[in-house]
Design a binder for this molecule. Structure first.
Ligand SMILES: Cc1ncc(COP(=O)(O)O)c(C=O)c1O
Length: 479
């Protein structure tokens, strides 16, 4: 047996798995190649059989290899076959009114239609959520409050829940106190409240483009103007373009989804997050950070937040449990820094408080439900799904299809041939009971006509395989 010379800080199995992954990425190991037996791997690397098994389980969990009964492990995925990244389309840096309501309403009606193969909804499938444990927490909450949660909660939110939310901030290096947190009904309400707190009708807000259509809707409903800042599938928000826009327009606030932005799935590097915070601080602009996907990372570490780099209270951090635990419970929060009082007042005026029962239940779940364990499984499942869906797209879509490489989150951003109108594609797909989201609704000014967002929140299945195959056929028909 060889003596291993691995770095003892990391888990041994991860180091072995990383080495194998690099060999797969570099096509030293190709699709269909048989991997060494567990015994051979153990001898070769000087590790125990248990560690060798763990390395293979890890790679299997990531969809890179598969075990075949009585035969061993085989490579099932090859990074080299990844298609190109979608092009970055640069919006004109002009401040303009927003008009996205009708367009979004027209597609939102059937986004969650029950009997469809749903690639549209950006949430994890219910089968990936710890429903039984959550139910227990609801019963506990009902039985253990004097009034069965019939009364109003504090405007700021249930104290135990705020304690748990403050604890969650440790994951990104935050040192948040429960007093700094305001509970909201989801992340979108948090973003909306923050916008209300720091802007007035007619003000200009900078947003990354493309971005989640709910953010445009919030901006439109408040009568704000928007200046769209390009974001790409590798680095996220273009900071130079942001600085130029700030010089040109009186930007009051900037809204960004730095971790696994919807639809691109990109994660801004720490360096860029820090630079972003420096830019907004220097220019006295509030940064509304929507970190709703931060826990859904596919790498080894939870990415930091912009809030982590904030020393002056300029970052209004927003997030929720919608993408990781229970979208229907409508539990979100904001940590709005120096704008705390303004945001709390908005919450009071808007809806007094969030519902008492779901807050108490989520507080109990976060304290007792093994949330970290659930998240670990959820991340693994989503990462595997993303790789499997990617394989399906490569197999069925035309060769010129360009796909983002989400490093976390739930969605692919896909650029199709310029002849494809994704609104028409959606109409055709709905005839086959397949739903997708056309790219157009992820910007207020760019058409993104030939782009779609495709969610991989559902576990891979024959239906998903059929859905992608049929979408591929419909796209090819449009060429
Ligand atoms: C970036 C972003 N923010 C907010 C939301 C809505 O979150 P919530 O359900 O917590 O209000 C979504 C949902 O897709 C999203 O993608």
């Amino acid at each position: 047996m060889k003596k291993n010379n691995f770095n003892s800080d990391d888990h041994l199995y991860l180091q072995v798995a990383d080495g194998l992954e690099k060999m797969i990425a570099g096509e030293v190991l190709r699709i269909g190649d048989k991997l060494p037996s567990v015994r051979m791997l153990s001898d070769e690397y000087g590790i125990s059989m248990g560690t060798a098994f763990q390395a293979y389980y890890h790679l299997e969990g990531r969809g890179l290899i598969e075990s075949r009964p009585k035969s061993g492990y085989y490579v099932r995925f090859n990074h080299q076959r990844f298609p190109q990244l979608p092009d970055q389309v640069k919006p004109e840096a002009i401040s303009h009114e927003v008009s996205v309501k009708d367009m979004i309403t027209s597609i939102y009606g059937d986004i969650a239609a029950k009997d469809t193969i749903n690639f549209a909804i950006g949430a994890p499938d219910a089968s990936l959520l710890p429903t039984a444990k959550i139910n227990k927490s609801v019963i506990h909450a009902l039985r253990n409050t004097k009034d069965g949660c019939t009364g109003y909660e504090q405007t700021q939110g249930n104290l135990e829940l705020r304690q748990q939310i403050a604890k969650l901030s440790f994951n990104w290096g935050g040192k948040v106190k429960p007093d700094e947190v305001i509970v909201t009904s989801g992340s979108l309400e948090a973003v909306m409240m923050c916008l209300k707190a720091v802007t007035n009708h007619g003000d200009t807000v900078a947003v990354e483009c493309p971005t989640y259509f709910g953010i445009y809707q919030s901006i439109e409903s408040l009568g704000l103007k928007v200046v769209e800042i390009p974001a790409d599938a590798v680095n996220g928000l273009d900071l130079d373009a942001l600085e130029k826009a700030i010089k040109k327009y009186p930007v009051k606030a900037c809204v960004v989804v730095p971790n696994f932005n919807n639809p691109l799935g990109t994660c801004m590097s720490d360096e860029r997050k820090k630079k972003l915070v420096d830019i907004i601080t220097k220019n006295n602009i509030s940064l509304i950070e929507d970190d709703i996907y931060g826990e859904l990372y596919f790498g080894k570490m939870r990415p930091k937040t912009c809030k982590y780099f904030d020393t002056k209270g300029m970052v209004m951090h927003c997030s929720s449990l919608s993408k990781s635990l229970a979208p229907g419970y409508r539990i979100g929060w904001t940590i709005p820094g120096k704008y705390f009082e303004q945001v709390k007042q908005v919450k009071r005026i808007q809806n007094i408080c969030s519902p008492s029962l779901t807050q108490a239940a989520m507080a109990h779940y976060l304290k007792n439900g093994r949330y970290e364990y659930h998240l670990k499984n959820l991340r693994k499942a989503l990462h595997t799904q993303s790789l499997r869906y990617m394989q399906g797209i490569i197999q069925y879509f035309p060769a010129d299809t360009k796909i983002s490489r989400p490093a976390g989150g739930l969605t692919f951003w896909i650029e199709l041939n310029s002849k494809v109108d994704s609104f028409k594609l959606r109409t055709e797909a709905m005839k086959h009971k397949i739903s997708i989201v056309p790219g157009k609704i992820f910007s207020a000014s760019i058409d993104y006509t030939n782009y779609i967002r495709l969610s991989f929140g559902k576990p891979w299945s024959d239906d998903a395989d059929y859905g992608l195959m049929m979408l591929g056929k419909l796209i090819k028909k449009m060429l």
